[in-house]
Write a protein that binds this ligand. Structure first.
Ligand code: 5RP
Length: 225
């Protein structure tokens, strides 16, 4: 099975966690796109009454197009369950997210969710985090100074740009610095440093956030808890 097929498989599989009357956090990325498609189908076929909270404007647009009811986080009481993707997951089920620049809303939705499930193909499972560049969302004001700080710390920051070399702006109009760390020996320590750095809005280390990981393997699906 190729990677796309595995993404589709886990996306569809994750719909089994969604029950009637739930408020569902809907993540971002190419794997979640398949989940949204399958969820819309399930909701329609079973006439489910659910509420969705999207972690990105892109996901909100897709969900609305497929007639899923999308609510603002301010307008709901609590999120029962969030289904999201991930860029890397280590053996402690800590992860890196933000490859799609949606990490801030993803973390806000995740931390307001009773249960978090990530859906990934097996290529996302790693021994140590850090091969995937760590996305850090920063305030545009003075971001060059932050880059210098990160450079001095050996973090090798790269300002994220798009295919036309324009600076990528997040849904909250911030920038992303991707830190090329190679291997993160102590994710908790790094998260603490980034959390206390002025100008950093949020970072893509999601530590102790996820409850279950649905993994697409060439011979089927496995669930890590
Ligand atoms: C977006 C994310 C995504 O969940 C992550 O990048 C995984 O995406 P994909 O399923 O496309 O590999 O964190 O900010």
């Amino acid at each position: 099975m190729n990677q796309e097929t595995l993404k589709k498989l886990v996306g569809k599989y994750a719909t089994r966690y969604v029950e009637d009357d739930m408020t569902v956090g809907v993540g971002s990325g190419t794997t979640v796109k398949y989940f949204v498609e399958a969820l819309a189908e399930k909701v329609k076929n079973n006439n489910l009454k659910i509420k969705c909270v999207a972690t990105s404007s892109q996901t909100a647009r897709q969900a609305k197009r497929l007639k899923l009811p999308v609510y603002s986080l301010c307008d709901i009481n609590q999120i029962d369950l969030t289904i999201d993707g991930a860029d890397e997951i280590d053996s402690n089920m800590n992860g890196i997210k933000g490859g799609g620049a949606a990490l801030l809303r993803e973390k806000i939705v995740a931390t307001n969710s009773q249960k978090n499930i990530w859906i990934v193909d097996h290529s996302k499972l790693v021994k140590n985090l850090g091969r995937f560049p760590l996305p850090v969302e920063v305030i545009p004001f003075g971001y060059e100074q932050l880059m210098k700080k990160f450079e001095a710390l050996g973090y090798q920051p790269v300002l994220r740009t798009n295919e036309t070399s324009a600076i990528v702006k997040t849904d909250s109009n911030n920038y992303i610095l991707d830190l090329h760390l190679g291997k993160i020996n102590d994710p908790i320590k790094l998260a603490t440093i980034l959390d206390s750095t002025v100008g950093v809005v949020e970072h893509g280390l999601f530590l102790n956030v996820v409850d279950e990981v649905v993994v697409g393997n060439s011979d089927g699906i496995s669930v890590l808890k």
